[in-house]
Design a protein around this ligand. Structure first.
Ligand code: PLP
Length: 438
């Protein structure tokens, strides 16, 4: 066993990891990373096919990000963001507001995606209170995921995350959402007239008096096994909620920053949620950074008597190094977006090649650069949840990092991953599926 892994096993408690699974797939000791590749302590390179939990939008250690971070850390490492300000935070906010699809006017910074969701939920409830309305419940989509702090868990539709803490969280109103195979642009624009859309709107109407906000992941419910929901559904639910005075929180923590083929996924539906949360790849995947974009005029409810102020803070809010990385990342993203249609097409070809003739793939879909395959075992039963672990282990043996969500295997490469990388990933994915499920 690698000496670092032995030391790790004595002292570390890893996230989203069952201790017993470490016997089956021990952690890989990583020494460095570059582009789409991780290098272990023996120098073996491993393809990071899920961008390290969807963060690494430009690949690891991108020289422009490294330069921005290095320059910033030598000048101003950190200053508390209450009572102080600095260039990287202001410039990043200006850039985000200029690129966002709606009329957003303010940015509230935090560290993780869960923090951003908590902030948006609290802002929504306080906004209603300031207008004399006691609205303390939230609505969310049945299969959605918004993080694992207690507030965010309350709006998590995915039972697996919520169930262990159900007694601790406040129940949300769960709205049904259609999930469909996305293959073409026509699939993307669908779902407006579905029964799910009607039922969701019915629930919003029935609970209008108590609903502070509805929170949803536009287009792809990523942790919810990459379920894809058409733009038509999104537009109808957003417009219905806003007409009922229910704030809309778009959680673009996973789907934002280019993943769906546009910088912001909400742009596909031409909707303008009241708040838009981003995180994960916001710093280019190098540092913890998240943000809530808030629509113009929303802050009016927080002015006036002191008790109207928003009482929420995270120590590292607006950290200059993270914001400098974010600014460099947004500059890179502008360039990357021009080539993205080619990358999406390459992924589509690779997806078809993997799916062709493989009985273990019951469905496959793609939204922009997000690709997913649903799997069944050789008896055509839906695969056991532990299949993810077997696939992860088999892929690692082939030097590819895949982390299936139960019986759904997905790819989320850095946005600009070239044809060689995409082809290599398709080859190894096919080989691993044949070995484990063939
Ligand atoms: C859509 C969405 N929202 C929120 C979160 C939580 O982000 P974090 O893990 O940074 O708290 C995630 C994480 O996967 C996510 O996918």
């Amino acid at each position: 066993m690698d000496p670092l892994v032995r030391r790790d096993s004595a002292v570390i408690w890893h996230p989203a990891t069952h201790f017993d699974d470490l016997e089956v797939v021990p952690p890989v000791a990583i020494a460095r990373a570059e582009g789409a590749w991780l290098y272990d302590t023996d120098g073996r390179r491993i393809l990071d096919a899920i961008s390290s939990w969807w963060t690494s939008v430009h690949g690891h250690c991108h020289p422009q990000l490294v330069a921005a971070i290095t320059e910033q850390v030598a000048r101003l490492d950190h200053v508390m963001f209450a009572g102080f300000t600095h260039e990287p935070a202001v410039a990043l906010a200006e850039t985000l507001l200029a690129r966002a699809p709606g009329d957003y006017a303010r940015v509230f910074y935090a560290d993780s995606g869960s923090d951003a969701v908590e902030i948006a939920l609290k802002l929504a409830a306080q906004h209603h209170r300031a207008h004399g309305r006691t609205r303390t419940r939230f609505a969310a989509l049945t299969n959605g995921y918004h993080g694992e702090t207690l507030g965010a868990l309350g709006v998590c539709g995915s039972e697996a995350y919520r169930r262990p803490f159900a007694a601790l969280v406040k129940d949300a109103i769960m709205l049904p959402a259609p999930a469909r195979p996305f293959h073409t642009h026509e699939d993307l624009v669908g779902d407006a007239g579905t029964a799910d859309a009607e039922a969701a709107i019915g629930l919003l109407e029935r609970h209008q008096h108590e609903l502070a906000a509805v929170v949803l992941e536009p287009l792809v419910q990523c942790a919810g096994k990459m379920a894809m929901t058409g733009v038509g559904y999104l537009r109808r639910v957003v417009e219905a909620a806003q007409a009922l005075g229910i704030h809309v929180i778009a959680d673009e923590i996973a789907v934002g920053l280019g993943r769906t083929g546009r910088i912001f996924a909400s742009a596909w539906a031409d909707v303008s949620p009241d708040m838009l949360c981003i995180g994960k790849g916001l710093s280019g995947g190098a540092l913890p950074l998240s943000a809530v974009l808030v629509r113009r005029g929303f802050d009016g409810a927080f002015r006036g008597p002191p008790e109207r102020a928003f009482a929420h803070s995270h120590t590292y809010s607006g950290n200059p190094i993270a914001c400098a990385a974010g600014l460099a990342s947004m500059t890179l993203l502008r360039e990357t977006m021009t080539h993205l249609p080619d990358r999406v097409a390459a992924l589509a070809r690779a997806r078809m090649r993997v799916a062709q003739g493989r009985a273990c793939i019951s469905a496959h879909r793609q939204c922009g650069t997000i690709v997913a395959f649903d799997l069944v075992d050789r008896h055509h039963r839906v695969s056991d949840q532990r299949i993810g672990l077997a696939l992860r282990r088999a892929a690692l043996a082939q030097a590819v990092h895949l982390r299936p969500l139960g019986d759904t295997l997905y790819w989320m490469l850095p946005l600009a991953a070239d044809d060689d990388i995409v082809d290599h990933l398709a080859d190894i994915t096919g080989r691993v599926l044949d070995e484990v499920l063939g």
